[in-house]
Design a protein around this ligand. Structure first.
Ligand SMILES: Cc1ncc(COP(=O)(O)O)c(C=O)c1O
Length: 404
């Protein structure tokens, strides 16, 4: 087929023409999907190895989630929090139980969950810890990615994310990720929280040294500081456990959740914490028109039920070992580094061979969709419904790309 009878080039041109260029997508135009597979407007099929940055942990259009969404669409979609709806309590209770926490505060996007966590930590600092007014600080890590709001980019160390968006929100101290001594030294009497990703996803699936997260937990307990774990990308089965913190037996004071919580259907995020923390918020002090809406709750409660079976965590752990074995076999054959936790992998391509972007373009040509991050690093995060044969297919496509 020649270009002018394919629909993709025109659709790519139209998308470029009519939107701000705040993304640089691969030139594929998807029109349908099921499980781990995507189909584009020209009928070409792709294996999804990004899963919406982990928002599609249960695959595209998981039948249980789609049927919950359909049923809810036919009954009630929005009330605002001015009234209570009949899907709300079950979702909050079941998510709180999954997290082992007293309470849940639902929002929509990941960034909103992070903003909520920051606000709650500050209020807790003033009202419970006794920090003098306006003096609260939060310790964060270099290489962090917590979202795109003005406050969140204020403590980003990625110049693309941060530059020219000032004036910046004060009250954050940045320390090297994985360095417990630096983190401990940064905590002072006005520190209300340490905010960390237990694995840094955007940074390239960077796993901190063993013992770091338990060390952070301990120092937070000792110094009366809240440990906030941003599990928006790492949580809900991605790493072979419900939460990435579980791998080291760590329980944070606050979980920030998002992405997969919406089942790949609706944006749903949440903060889960105990009553002594989330209880600092009183009516009128925080909220969102769409947060905790009936459609979101109806889908997200089914997500929680899928996770409560443990099946997806198990799949992720078992299939992750196959992914690891395949990828480690490519080290020295085009890869210079590989980090794998469950079905989540950061791959460092030999930068003398090609950029991460080039590798992703070549993978797409072979029917595998993945996304580069930072230079020559690629992240793989396939839906947890992927099969062994499909993992082998992705690894074989990568081997071809690296050998070409
Ligand atoms: C760890 C982490 N936190 C927060 C966010 C922000 O989520 P959202 O894009 O839904 O605002 C992301 C998104 O990639 C993330 O990976």
């Amino acid at each position: 087929m020649v270009d002018d009878i394919l629909r993709t080039p025109g659709a790519v041109r139209d998308a470029e023409r009519w939107t701000a260029h705040n993304y640089h997508p691969l030139p594929v135009v998807i029109s349908s999907a099921e499980g781990a597979w995507l189909t584009d407007v020209d009928g070409k099929r792709y294996l999804d190895c990004l899963a919406g940055y982990s928002a599609l942990n249960f695959g595209h259009r998981h039948p249980q989630l789609i049927s919950a969404a359909h049923a809810q669409l036919d009954r009630l979609t929005l009330t605002s929090r001015a009234f209570i709806h009949d899907q709300f309590a079950d979702f909050c209770r079941e998510l709180a139980e999954l997290c082992g926490k007293d309470l849940v505060l639902p929002m929509n996007t990941g960034a909103e969950a992070v903003e909520t966590g920051i606000k709650v930590a500050r209020k807790w600092g003033y009202q419970v810890k006794g920090v003098p007014a306006g003096q609260a600080n939060i310790v964060v890590a270099e290489g962090n990615f917590h979202g795109r709001t003005t406050t969140i980019v204020s403590f980003s160390t990625d110049e693309d994310a941060r530059a020219d968006f000032g004036p910046y929100t004060p009250g954050f101290t940045v320390v090297p990720y994985g360095d417990l001594d630096a983190l401990t030294a940064a905590i002072d009497e006005n520190t209300v929280a340490v905010l960390l990703e237990p694995i840094q996803g955007e940074q390239g699936v960077v796993v901190p040294p063993e013992g770091y997260l338990p060390g952070v937990r301990q120092v937070c307990t000792d110094r009366n500081v809240l440990f906030i774990a941003d599990e928006i990308q790492s949580g809900l089965g991605r790493t072979g456990a419900t939460f990435a913190c579980d791998h080291e037996g760590v329980v944070p004071d606050m979980y920030l959740l998002g992405k997969a919580l919406g089942g790949g259907i609706v944006p749903v995020s949440a903060v889960a914490a105990n009553a002594d923390v989330l209880g600092v918020l009183k009516p009128g002090q925080h909220g969102s028109t769409f947060g905790g809406n009936p459609l979101a709750c109806a889908v997200a409660v089914e997500v929680v039920r899928l996770l409560a079976t443990g099946e997806f965590q198990r799949r992720s752990a078992e299939l992750g070992e196959r992914l690891r074995a395949g990828l480690e076999g490519l080290v020295g054959k085009g890869l210079v580094g590989v980090r794998v936790r469950g079905l989540w992998a950061g791959l460092d391509i030999d930068p003398t061979l090609m950029s991460g972007r080039e590798a992703c373009e070549r993978l797409a040509a072979r029917g595998v969709l993945a996304k580069d991050t930072h230079g020559s690093t690629i992240r793989l995060a396939p839906p947890l419904v992927i099969t062994e044969a499909e993992i082998d297919l992705a690894v074989a496509a990568l081997a071809e790309v690296l050998a070409a």
